[in-house]
Ligand binder design. Structure first.
Ligand code: MG
Length: 239
């Protein structure tokens, strides 16, 4: 019987899924969950407020094909639940602002369990390193500042591998890969338990297997558009 090298048979066996790529780079491929396509229906059907109605003074609205928070709206999260995933999202801080640091174009993309990829207008606006745009907030600064000027659209492509902790034992600490405008700024960055503002969580901090994606209302006018997400295949640690 003829035998094949292991790597060849593994390739032949594993690539059984066909994904039709988008005609334009950045648009959703065929197997993506489209989370926002620029329409009010898309916002209404795919997102819900994270803040109870009684405590809300504003709303998220659609303006010129983008979604943004109004004053007092609070965070917004997806109806769909995701674990490991590839997320594409575009954002723009359209306002020229005299504010500095964390007060200029601040928002964030949160993954289940609370890990944030920072959204911030850092074009000619420095801040502390692990709070920069493209940072895994509180964990790792981005490798570079690849932002365009305010008023232009920025794209994030994020590959999230969640921490897998079972009974307090870390099976896989998870990672983030982030491209800002096509530039890699996080390259399989270990999550180290995750972080927050001047804090680190325990290395064996437990994360949900799935949950909503959340966009932060940090009080600044940040627009979002063209949001889609693809679940990723399981890792060996999950089996
Ligand atoms: Mg933020």
């Amino acid at each position: 019987m003829k035998t094949y090298p292991l790597f060849i048979s593994a390739v032949l066996l594993s690539v059984s899924t066909v994904v039709v790529f988008a005609q334009s780079i950045g648009d959703a491929p065929s197997d993506a969950v489209v989370l926002f396509d620029g329409t009010a229906d898309s916002l209404a059907n795919n997102w819900r407020h994270a803040r109870p109605k009684a405590k809300r003074k504003g709303d998220w609205i659609v303006e010129d094909g983008s979604m943004l928070r109004m004053r007092g709206a609070g965070h917004i999260e997806t109806v769909a639940q995701f674990g490991d995933c590839q997320l594409h999202i575009e954002w723009s801080h359209t306002k020229q602002s005299s504010k500095e640091g964390q007060k200029r174009g601040n928002s964030g993309v949160f993954f289940p369990g609370g890990i944030e990829i920072q959204v911030l207008d850092n074009y000619n606006n420095p801040t502390y390193p692990d709070g920069f745009a493209g940072a895994v907030y509180g964990v790792m600064p981005p490798a570079a500042n690849a932002l365009r000027a305010p008023g232009q659209w920025q794209s994030y492509d994020i590959i999230y591998r969640r921490p897998i902790v079972r009974d307090g034992v870390v099976l896989d600490q998870g990672s983030m890969t982030v491209l800002v405008n096509g530039v890699v700024v996080q390259d399989s960055t270990p999550l180290d338990g995750g972080g927050g503002h001047k804090e680190r969580k325990a290395l064996n901090h437990a994360y949900p297997d799935a949950g909503p994606l959340l966009l932060q209302d940090h009080g600044n006018p940040v627009h979002f558009r063209n949001i889609w997400c693809r679940p990723l295949r399981p890792r060996p640690a999950e089996k």
